[in-house]
Design a binder for this molecule. Structure first.
Ligand code: 3PG
Ligand code: CO
Length: 546
């Protein structure tokens, strides 16, 4: 993995810093765009006075099945870090199902064998067609296949979305799904929803930001401890009447008959966690797998056959049993730099820490080289982020400025979570504040990078805050009867900025002949800025010598 010194690009005399403004896309429209509505004089100035282009950050440009698929942080950071586009989980699972490959694997055989010995087969995961963490079609295909294989009892534990799909769309999924289950049910096939809750309340924590979410999920799904309802529909309606929260924040519920939960998870059962994306799958998987486990009190660990949709962590091999091979993302930028003596620094706050480490490094939680890599996590607040839209951007900047000034690192990367995490709340005013907070940090950081003779790249992994109002199919803003806009909590299909900031004429310019450039073109650019030729297999650099 030796890199060759470039004959066209001299190494930048100072550090090269990639600044990922998570969830900050460029929308073609004005209304609902918190990025435009915010007062961001610094970002505006950098965009106007330095070389800038737009990068594709969604769909096939980042390895999603189609261009209707929005981008997300996993595929975005994978593309940044790998310098190439890999077919991603959403695509690999869909292909494995349509080719029938999934049913031939050992993991599926183990799951079915367990269920046929009398255990219940449980499916647990994010219940929507968002295609960011999961897809409901994958779930349906598995239920049908289980029925065909002769499994007698299936229980479903559904995590309501409202974050990758419409904020209050849960019943659009639940109601047709109940009708679908009615059609499948027979005297020898017993299938039912057993538990559920909003994905930001139970089960799907990430990067150990709040283990209490996973405990609440465990209690609901495994132990059947929680408020009881006759159906998921009833639970959702009741909670909506009682509280004012959107789907992702609905409390957990247990479906019960005569006071008895329909589907607790017990010895001899099989459990499939059907999310393909790893960040929010790792903690619950650990809870099912680890014999020694300290994050919360589980009670006796049920002996189940546990399978993930994918292997979520290539370093720890978690979980050991999985249905579909993950993309083999190899020879990443981080690995090349580590093996060529370039010191690296990565920083974010908890909510996005794994994005600049684990996702950036091809879904591996470890480092390539302990000695030359420093990873810094600033602990995130555990609050709804519309209450703290500035999040930890100032603290991140404090640490990053110190790292830049230290002169110890040749390559640094940072993810600022604000545009995305606040964008996901659907709160327009908070998203505007988030952007303004970020802008202040850019005004602190960029001058220091320039002072150190460095180069800064300002970019983003996908859009979010750039579209805060839900649009109808024709692209018009959706309004309710009172004329109020409906909040859009999910990512967008918009491109993202790529701004290249350096002190004086650096001897290179942005290429104009790459109209379809995307996030995967950034890695080769970084290598050029560090004075190396990019490996052949990498997508082309965005710069050329002048
Ligand atoms: C989440 O997990 O919060 C969303 O589904 C996707 O957001 P991210 O891709 O920006 O992390
Ligand atoms: Co997001």
């Amino acid at each position: 993995m030796k890199l060759t010194k470039s004959s066209c690009f001299p190494a930048c005399p100072g550090p090269v810093v990639t600044i990922v403004l998570d969830g900050v896309g460029i929308s073609p429209r004005e209304d609902g765009d918190a990025v435009k509505a915010a007062r961001t004089p610094n970002l505006d100035r950098y965009m106007a006075s330095y070389p800038m282009t737009k990068l594709l950050a969604h769909g096939t440009a980042v390895g999603m099945p189609s261009d209707e698929d929005m981008g997300n942080s996993e595929v975005g950071h994978n593309a940044f870090g790998a310098g190439r586009v890999f077919a991603q989980g959403a695509k690999l699972v869909a292909e494995s199902i349509s080719s029938g490959h999934l049913w031939q694997g050992q993991a599926w055989h183990d799951v079915i064998a367990t269920a046929k010995q009398g255990g219940t087969l449980h499916f647990l995961g994010l219940f929507s067609d968002g295609n960011v963490h999961s897809h409901i079609d994958h779930l349906k295909a598995m239920i049908e296949q289980a029925k065909q294989a002769g499994v007698a009892k299936v229980r479903l534990h559904i995590l309501l979305d409202g974050r990758d799909v419409g904020e209050t769309s849960a019943l659009d999924y639940v109601d047709p799904f109940e009708a679908y289950l009615d059609g499948l049910r027979s005297t020898d096939f017993d299938v039912a929803i057993a538990s559920g809750g909003g994905r930001m309340q139970i089960t799907m924590d990430r990067y150990e930001a709040d283990w209490s979410m996973v405990k609440r999920g465990w209690d609901i799904h495994v132990l059947g401890l929680g408020r009881q309802f006759a159906s998921a529909h009833e639970a959702i309606e009741t909670f909506r009447n009682e509280t004012n929260v959107i789907d992702q924040d609905l409390p957990g519920f247990v479906i019960a008959k005569d006071g008895k939960p329909l589907g607790t998870i017990v010895d001899g059962d099989a459990v499939v966690f059907f999310n393909f994306r790893g960040d929010r799958a790792i903690e619950i998987s650990r809870a099912f797998i680890e014999e020694q486990f300290s994050p919360f009190e589980r009670g006796p660990l049920p002996k189940v056959t546990y399978a993930g949709m994918m292997q979520y962590d290539g370093d720890t091999k978690l979980p050991p049993r999985f249905l579909v091979e993950p993309p083999t993302i190899d020879r990443t930028l981080g690995e090349y730099l580590a093996k060529n003596g370039i010191s690296q620094y990565a920083i974010s706050e908890t909510q996005k820490f794994g994005h600049v480490t684990y996702f950036w490094n091809g879904n591996r939680s470890g480092k390539f080289d302990e000695a030359s890599e420093t990873y810094v996590e600033i602990p995130s607040d555990v609050v709804p982020f519309e209450q703290r839209p500035w999040m930890k951007c100032a603290e991140i900047t404090d640490a990053l400025i110190a790292a830049v000034r230290s002169g110890k690192y040749q390559y640094l990367r940072v993810n600022y979570a604000n545009g995305d995490m606040v964008g996901h709340t659907g709160n327009f005013e908070a998203a505007v504040t988030a952007m303004q907070g970020l802008d202040l940090q850019l005004a602190r950081l960029i001058p220091v990078i320039l002072e150190m003779n460095g180069t800064a790249i300002i970019t983003a992994d996908h859009g979010n805050a750039d579209e805060m109002y839900e649009l109808d199919k024709k692209g018009n803003v959706t309004r309710n009867a009172e004329g109020r806009t409906k909040a859009k909590t999910s990512h967008t299909l918009n491109p993202v900025p790529f701004v290249l900031i350096s002190r004086e004429n650096p001897g290179y310019q942005l290429r104009q002949d790459l109209p379809k450039a995307g996030l995967s073109n950034v890695a080769a650019t970084i290598l050029n800025l560090l004075g190396f030729d990019a490996p052949e297999a990498y997508d082309p650099s965005l710069i050329e010598a002048q």
